[in-house]
Ligand binder design. Structure first.
Ligand SMILES: [Zn+2]
Length: 346
């Protein structure tokens, strides 16, 4: 992975390139930002640049160190092994193998890079404590790169030892460019970019996971008739996940709320007098017209906030059925004929 292949994140990449060139490195960096924005790609490009024998601001791709990296045989790049369904770094391995190995000097080059992706998920608290101890000891010639979508779930003592590098969501045009670079057809790339909330990784996940079909099934009845009580019930049922895992159900619930947020954003833009987005998806536009019936810009912004609050609550393990209902019930007002409100409780 090279910095030059990464689209967007200009200021973060300038900082990483400057660090790679100047070599005045701190002991640890925390690359953080929403899941799927490209943090891992940036961390990998940074690691490659640091390990490259030519010591420029970008890996050369030609030297012996770069060749070892390309062959996945670079002893100075350490990535802890993860195990099991929950992708956890096992404590015994971390304490007895991985961290003690840092006491010896880098195998080949001047510097060794220890890259921990999804650190908040892979490292339970006790593993974080073991890592903290190592960070405090500052092993020589070692740079830690922690990548996290939710840095607030890391121990504050770990975060405070890291220099923070933030990756924000990308504008939809840049997400679309990433998708086109991955050979996604232009029309589909535009729609996925609008749905992915600035996260190219999320856009690719949506494409591969049958998400566009689920979106159509969810959004078409809304666009045609507006929200109805059965439509909300169907959304809540999908969020409960049937026999699937609770985590999967939360993911689906978040996905449904995201499907509705996209046309709601279009309606909000129009209500604010902003120029129309260049998305040409007819279903988005039809659903946006339906959303526009719900009120003025202030009301639409409030509803959008409600969807985002519900999505965050799902992230934090809240009761999905309740949050979906709370977020969706106001949409009943977008029906063709006014109806009496349904009760939120069940
Ligand atoms: Zn090189």
């Amino acid at each position: 992975m090279f910095f030059r292949d990464i689209i967007g994140h200009e200021s973060a990449l300038i900082r990483l390139r400057t660090l790679a060139r100047g070599r005045a490195l701190g002991p640890a960096y925390l690359l953080h930002g929403p899941a799927g924005v490209g943090k891992h790609r940036a961390a990998t490009a940074f690691a490659a640049a640091l390990l490259c024998d030519r010591r420029g601001d970008e890996a050369c791709g030609e030297c012996a160190a770069c060749e070892r990296l390309a062959r996945e045989n670079q002893p100075d790049l350490l990535i802890p092994e993860i195990e099991g369904e929950k992708d956890i770094v096992k404590m015994k391995y971390l304490r007895e193998e991985f961290l003690p190995a840092l006491a010896i000097l880098p195998a080949r080059g001047q510097v060794r890079v220890c890259l921990i992706d999804e650190a908040e998920r892979c490292l339970p608290d006790e593993s974080q404590n073991a890592l903290l101890k190592t960070l405090e000891e500052q092993p020589k010639n070692t740079v830690f790169l922690l990548v996290a979508a939710h840095p607030e779930r890391l121990l504050p003592t770990i975060v405070s030892r890291c220099q923070s590098i933030r990756f924000g969501p990308l504008p939809p045009e840049e997400v679309a460019r990433v998708l086109k670079a991955q050979k996604v057809p232009a029309a589909e790339a535009g729609l996925l970019a609008a749905l992915a909330d600035g996260r190219p990784g999320e856009a690719l996940r949506l494409r591969e996971g049958g998400s566009l079909e689920r979106r159509r099934a969810f959004l078409e009845p809304f666009a045609d008739r507006g929200a109805t009580a059965p439509w909300i019930d169907a959304a809540v049922t999908a969020g409960k996940g049937g026999s699937g895992s609770l985590e999967g159900a939360r993911g689906r619930a978040k996905e449904l709320l995201g499907f509705l947020a996209e046309p709601l954003r279009l309606a909000l833009r129009a209500a604010c007098g902003a120029p129309a987005s260049d998305t040409a998806d007819p279903l988005s536009l039809k659903a946006a017209e339906r959303c526009a019936r719900l009120g003025d810009a202030e009301r639409l912004a409030g509803l959008l906030e409600g969807l985002m609050v519900a999505q965050r609550a799902l992230d934090e393990n809240a009761n999905s059925a309740l949050w979906i209902e709370n977020a969706l019930i106001p949409f009943l007002e977008a029906q063709d004929a006014p109806v009496s409100r349904v009760k939120a409780g069940r």
